[in-house]
Ligand binder design. Structure first.
Ligand SMILES: [Zn+2]
Length: 243
């Protein structure tokens, strides 16, 4: 380990220790039997299974009774231990809590058109993982995404989107180019939706930040990719990495 990495690790350890102390004061901590369990008591795999079950119930028109009453609200007022970070699109048809049948305090959501991550989003993810002990990050695109469709128009028809929209689309352009190259005959928008998710997932798995990399290496954190189908309501976890 070189000096820079060693310093980074020491800083991370100090931050982690401080974060643990702060969180212990802020909310309930659960001593899970599994060493990979997050602060809420679930391992990455258990959190993923909860999301799968909630989505199956939602898609079959038997949604889980999401906890959102006053008792739960009062319980959470002292602190939160969400089971997953959801990086998803702002699209009004894709609300994570409803799609996964979750209630108050269960999902830490980051929503932006096209489900990309900038510095603010990455900082939010780091906060959730380091300070709240979240064991799972889901990056979720969706069918017929308007932001991805617009990025495809930029690539295919040289479309121009004025104002901040054009800049917002820029991170999606590499995904469209990669999807076109890999699937020249395919549905460019749908392939780009999946490729965009893959690229964000890869960024979080390989290059994003030391804090995220360390926890993934130890098994305490898992990053997965998914696509939501607008028609049947099913979430396809298509890029789940190593179990
Ligand atoms: Zn969208």
């Amino acid at each position: 380990m070189n000096a820079t990495l060693a310093n980074l690790s020491r800083r991370s350890l100090v931050r982690w220790t401080l974060a643990g102390s702060i969180s212990a004061l802020a909310g309930p901590a659960f001593a899970g039997a599994d060493p990979h369990a997050g602060r809420g008591g679930l391992t990455p795999d258990q959190a993923l299974e909860r999301l799968r079950q909630g989505n199956q119930a939602f898609a079959s028109d038997h949604p889980l009774p999401a906890s959102q009453g006053s008792e739960r609200r009062h319980q959470l007022a002292a602190g939160q231990t969400p089971m997953a970070v959801l990086v998803s699109c702002s699209d009004s048809r894709v609300p994570p809590e409803i799609v996964f049948g979750r209630g108050l305090g269960e999902l830490f959501t980051i929503r932006v058109a096209g489900n990309t991550i900038d510095t603010t989003a990455l900082g939010s993810i780091e906060y959730a993982v380091e300070h709240l002990g979240v064991p799972l990050v889901v990056v979720m695109g969706h069918e017929r995404c308007g932001a991805v469709s617009a990025a495809a128009e930029v690539v295919e028809r040289n479309a121009h989107f004025p104002g901040a929209v054009g800049a917002m689309l820029q991170p999606i352009i590499p995904a469209v180019l990669a999807a076109r190259a890999a699937h020249p005959e395919g549905d460019v928008v749908d392939q780009s939706v999946r490729e965009n998710v893959r690229q964000v997932v890869q960024h979080l798995r390989e290059t994003a930040s030391p804090a995220l990399l360390e926890r993934q290496a130890s098994g305490a954190l898992r990053v997965v990719g998914a696509r939501y189908d607008l028609d049947d309501g099913v979430v396809d976890f298509f890029d789940i990495g190593e179990a």
